[in-house]
Design a binder for this molecule. Structure first.
Ligand SMILES: *Cc1c(COP(=O)(O)O)cnc(C)c1O
Length: 330
């Protein structure tokens, strides 16, 4: 009997794969203690439950799907963080190649996951992200494969916007509608998606959380133009030295964005409080958003009825690392 040794992927199969989102619908869980504390309904949108560990699969999954629909047989990433993990996960799911260029500072656990679990090709280049990114650009050009950006691009933003559509449906089933959403902001891809998802509805504020030393968005927002800062925070997933100029412009024009900056200690304290409440570990980047509820809430949340916290997650953390931060900072 003849055995088929190669799997022939038909155009119809590619279409089906590329029109089915790669991300999961995640739970929306009401927080009883935070609802009591704020005197309104507070919900966690549990994007930490996405397969690669963060919300990034929403937008990056859409971008990798689009690349496949346009004929790409592979993609390149220069992120040693959750964007690289999401890119490799998406490429694996769609059966295309993925090369991730990592700076030498990337934790060994990330490298292992990329290579062993997601089958990505890992190239280590440079001590900082800029050097890795230059090499990634070069590899992308040579191989005629797209470079998947960690936070820029309309397809990535529209993919991230699916989180708001999901929340709307989930709250709608309970007869509720959110009038505030809290998310963190690094380069601004998530914020762009949240703003796109919120659209022009009345009365919904967006709190954009960061940590001191990764607060390039808050500084840029205050200056009304992109500002570059050195990154000193432990919240590395928020560590874009300069936010996306387009996202900054959209945020300023929306009249609904309220930047909020917390200390690294407050972010870590919020991670611990969240782990105690939900038995789930997230990165300090996500802790910045959680700190808006577990810590002193920003005044804009005072008279809200239904607050949603985007629990963006993050896979670049473990119990040992969290314990070390607790020892250093709390
Ligand atoms: C990427 C990431 C962020 C920042 O997202 P941007 O789209 O760059 O603003 C925050 N938290 C986690 C866990 C991330 O992976």
């Amino acid at each position: 009997m003849a055995r088929r040794t190669t799997l022939v992927i038909t155009a119809a199969a590619v279409r089906a794969l590329t029109t089915t989102p790669l991300h999961d619908v995640t739970p929306l869980i009401r927080s009883a203690p935070l609802s009591t504390k704020l005197g309104c309904d507070v919900f966690f949108k549990m994007d930490c439950a996405q397969p690669p560990g963060s919300f990034k699969l929403r937008g990056i999954g859409a971008t990798v799907s689009e690349a496949v629909a346009n004929g790409a047989d592979g993609v390149v990433s220069s992120s040693g963080g959750n964007a690289g993990l999401a890119t490799a996960h998406a490429a694996r799911t769609l059966g295309i190649a993925c090369t991730v260029v990592l700076p030498t500072t990337t934790p060994e656990s990330v490298r292992r996951t990329l290579e062993r679990d997601y089958g990505a090709k890992v190239v280590v280049e440079g001590g900082v992200w800029d050097e890795a990114n230059e090499r990634a650009k070069q590899l992308a050009q040579e191989s005629h494969r797209p470079l998947v950006h960690p936070f820029e691009g309309p397809t990535t933003w529209t993919g991230h916007a699916t989180v708001v559509a999901e929340v709307d449906a989930q709250l709608g089933a309970l007869g509720l509608a959110m009038d505030a959403i809290v998310c963190c902001v690094g380069g601004g891809g998530l914020l762009a998606g949240v703003l796109e998802g919120v659209g022009d509805r009345d009365d919904c504020v967006v709190v954009a959380a960061e940590t001191v030393g990764a607060d390039s968005f808050a500084k840029s927002f205050a200056a009304r133009k992109p500002v570059t800062i050195p990154i000193t925070s432990i919240a590395k997933s928020l560590g874009a030295g300069t936010p996306s100029p387009t996202v900054l412009k959209n945020a300023l024009a929306s009249n609904r964005v309220h930047p909020h900056v917390v200390s690294d200690a407050a972010a870590v304290r919020a991670c611990v409080a969240f782990a105690d409440e939900r038995r789930v570990l997230v990165e300090p980047a996500c802790g910045a958003a959680l700190a808006c509820l577990y810590g002193e809430p920003p005044s804009v949340l005072e008279d809200r009825r239904c607050v949603v916290v985007e629990v963006c997650g993050g896979a670049v953390v473990g119990v040992e690392q969290m314990n070390a931060w607790v020892g250093e900072l709390l």
